[in-house]
Write a protein that binds this ligand. Structure first.
Ligand code: ADP
Ligand code: MG
Length: 321
């Protein structure tokens, strides 16, 4: 679907931002680029829709060189979501979402229909939201609009550059969940930049770890955790392993035969959920079921989480992270 062949980017000062990248992203794949600040993630992403011109090598989309596409055809068929919420402030939500469909000369009724459909898809009631201005929405709601705007003209590819990092943790978790759910329906090719391993592990079908403009490792979340290729990747995963932001559900999961859970069967989390999500659910129920691949694999209780947190904070001497 998207192929990088020996792609290098040098900026004017001859500094190499991206070095001889070879990479193939599959159709319908949720592909996450991750690495420390300055490692070249944004550069790599922006070369795909020619917002940045590559210095050497070739990028192909569906076999055709990106340089052979008409620039409008290319851009309009690739959705793009930025980290900073970048809605046009003077335009209504409907007008914001309609930008690319307008450029593509869709009919008015077709555009209105599409806007309704998209707002509903992300839980924003069209009658309530479509005529509002961006500043009348919360940060999380605005970024939701940012995501559906990128989907508006039904592009094959969507590029997202740290789209949720400016949001508070709760909105962020919610938008991650929504994006995962959305992807089950739309099955787009998604390239998602993140600097947060927790986010990458949660969202990615495959994760590409970068450092100093080069690829260090590509693999499924499972492969990255189980077989990090070197200390850099190990540490990148490991930093989080000891932080309370990323934690392993295995540390707190208990067998399912628990009478409390039997009474509260409907409260379920996924084994991929963050600690935050789990804490929110445990605020209402003492005990929640853990689901993995459609099966309930165990339970998590308030007591086990508290024990985990207490132990964790004792070990590290604090509770931040
Ligand atoms: N327009 C530019 N001119 C010169 N250097 C740049 C430019 N944009 C990015 N760089 C440099 O290229 C490297 C990669 O940047 P970037 O792709 O933004 O990294 P990331 O998104 O991983 O933080 C960094 O060293 C950065 O300073
Ligand atoms: Mg960046």
């Amino acid at each position: 679907m998207i192929a990088f062949e020996n792609v290098t980017k040098k900026y004017v000062n001859d500094q190499v931002a991206v070095k001889a990248i070879n990479l193939e992203i599959n159709k319908g794949e949720f592909f996450v680029l991750i690495g420390p600040s300055g490692c070249g993630k944004t550069t790599l992403l922006k070369m795909i829709n020619r917002l940045i011109h590559l210095t050497e090598g070739t990028i192909r989309i569906n076999g055709k060189r990106i340089s052979d596409y008409n620039i409008h055809e290319l851009r309009w068929n690739i959705g793009y979501v930025l980290q900073q919420i970048a809605l046009f402030p003077h335009m209504t939500i409907e007008e914001n979402i309609a930008v690319v469909p307008e450029l593509k000369k869709w009919s008015k009724p077709q555009i209105q229909q599409r806007v309704r459909e998209l707002l509903e898809m992300v839980g924003l009631e069209p009658d309530k939201y479509s005529q509002r201005k961006p500043k009348e929405l919360s940060g999380g709601e605005q970024q939701r609009v940012g995501v559906v705007r990128a989907l508006a003209a039904d592009p094959e590819i969507i590029l997202l550059d740290e789209p949720f990092s400016a949001l508070d943790p709760i909105s962020r978790t919610k938008l991650q969940d929504d994006l995962l759910e959305l992807q089950q329906t739309i099955q787009k090719t998604i390239v998602f930049v993140s600097h947060d391993m927790q986010e990458a592990l949660k969202l990615g079908d495959r994760i590409c770890v970068m450092k100093d403009g080069e690829i260090v490792q590509i693999g499924t979340p499972h492969e990255i955790i189980q077989n990090p290729v070197n200390d850099f990747v190990r540490e990148f995963v490991g930093i989080k392993e000891y932080g309370i932001n990323t934690f392993h559900i295995q540390a707190v999961i208990e067998p399912i035969a628990d009478e409390v859970y039997q009474r509260n069967r409907e409260n379920i989390i996924s084994s991929k959920d963050s600690l935050n999500t789990i804490l929110q659910k445990l605020a209402y129920d003492e005990c929640i079921g853990v689901e993995e691949n459609g099966e309930i694999i165990g339970i998590v209780t308030r007591a086990s989480i508290l024990q985990y947190l207490a132990h964790d904070s004792l070990e590290r001497g604090n509770l931040n992270g």
